[in-house]
Design a protein around this ligand. Structure first.
Ligand SMILES: Cc1ncc(COP(=O)(O)O)c(C=O)c1O
Length: 390
């Protein structure tokens, strides 16, 4: 096959779309179907195309083809939400008696899935410090260790892993590696190219990009893993709805522009925040002061629009005034949409490996999702809010 010389943004616009298909329409139809009829009874069983809508229609197929191009993946398993995509990846490759290594900085509900559901399946879990060295990681590996779950950067605290040191170790011990790639959205980091076995994304975030749908995807280049993902999705009876798949495939077309713009504004705001006297620390891996900045520069081609920072103030009355200032930044969970969000996150921070985060002595942790608003408007609002802390 000849080398694809098209730039990533061009590929996102065109790949997965059937030029001239769908009666010439640029986008696929939202094909809602449970029953899909066949005019030939002999094709009901074992035909090439699925005749049941849970397995997807051409709406989901368009999305899967676009995601294959985005993440350089041969196989895509869609899931109804990002969390079910993470869960599907873990459950597909683990059996009773197995041991899982999972980053302590992972998204809370992924952590809970391991601690609650996988424990019931008879899988044991060890959380590792996201900045773990290869030697310390090797010491956690047992003969039962069958999978390792990474997330880059970590939820809320934004650490990166030394993947170049950890992945070869996993390979050496036949440990299947899974990485939650939602932050980079496949645009700024391609886990499968880096040697990860399964890349997972919450399509809910940047791919759908408009805060109005849910989706997940587990992607791999390993045929055997693809079969396990497919079987587990079938066993659980999960897929992605055509309506959400439509939104996600449409989101792919503008993903590159949105995430690039949001990332640019976010980095400028992160740099500005780092200079403010009320701010104790900014957690953004593209900042040269971030402890993992060398890994970031090595593995990522850019940054998206989500980061966090710690305020010195822990004064409830002042913090109340700080948050009440915001008009453009909404208070809400999730991220990746076109609108800015701000969230105090101390209550949801759970860490078992780091004394620093366990101690609660880090100040007030605030996460921001930077949207597509003008940077000057967002900075002005943040400045106004910070002035309420005095
Ligand atoms: C890093 C990460 N992964 C997965 C998810 C789960 O996505 P969903 O809300 O679609 O289940 C989230 C949601 O916040 C997330 O932040």
């Amino acid at each position: 096959m000849s080398e694809d010389k098209r730039k990533p943004s061009t590929r996102l616009i065109h790949d997965g779309r059937q030029h001239g298909g769908f009666d010439g329409a640029v986008n696929p139809p939202i094909r809602r179907a449970s029953t899909i009829l066949t005019d030939d009874v002999s094709k009901l069983y074992g035909g090439a195309k699925s005749l049941y809508g849970r397995m997807g229609t051409d709406t989901q197929e368009t999305l899967s083809d676009g995601l294959k191009s985005l993440e350089n993946a041969e196989h895509v398993q869609l899931a109804p939400t990002g969390l079910s995509g993470c869960a599907l990846a873990m459950a597909s490759v683990l059996n009773s008696g197995d041991h899982l290594l999972i980053t302590d900085s992972t998204y809370g509900p992924s952590r809970r899935f391991a601690e609650r559901y996988l424990a019931r399946m008879g899988v044991t879990t060890t959380f590792f410090d996201p900045r773990i060295t290869a030697d310390a990681f090797a010491a956690l590996i047992t003969p039962e260790t069958k999978a390792a779950f990474f997330e880059m950067p970590g939820s809320l605290t934004f650490e990166l892993h030394d993947l170049n040191a950890l992945l070869p170790l996993c390979k050496q011990h036949n440990i299947i590696t899974i990485l939650d790639n939602t932050w980079a959205a496949g645009v700024f980091f391609k886990p499968l190219d880096a040697g990860v076995n399964i890349s997972v994304q919450a399509l809910t975030k940047y791919v759908i990009g408009h805060s109005d749908g849910f989706g997940g995807a587990a992607m791999t280049n390993d045929q055997r893993i693809a079969l396990k993902l497919d079987q587990t999705a079938n066993d659980w009876g999960v897929g992605m709805s055509p309506d959400d798949a439509y939104l996600a495939q449409r989101g792919l077309r503008t993903l590159h522009s949105r995430i690039t713009q949001q990332g640019r504004t976010a980095l400028n705001i992160a740099e500005w925040l780092a200079e403010q006297s009320e701010v104790k620390e900014v957690y953004h891996p593209a900042l040269s002061t971030h402890p993992d900045n060398a890994i970031f520069n090595d593995l990522f081609s850019g940054a998206s629009g989500l980061f966090s920072f710690a305020l010195y103030s822990e004064d409830a009355a002042k913090l109340d005034r700080f948050f009440k200032t915001f008009q453009l930044f909404g208070f809400g969970f999730s991220w990746g949409g076109f609108e800015s969000l701000i969230l105090p996150c101390n209550p949801q921070l759970k860490r078992s490996t780091s004394d620093r985060w366990k101690s609660g002595s880090y100040g007030t942790l605030v996460r921001v999702q930077i949207g597509l608003e003008d940077e000057a408007d967002l900075t002005e609002e943040l400045q106004q809010a910070l002035s309420e802390l005095h």
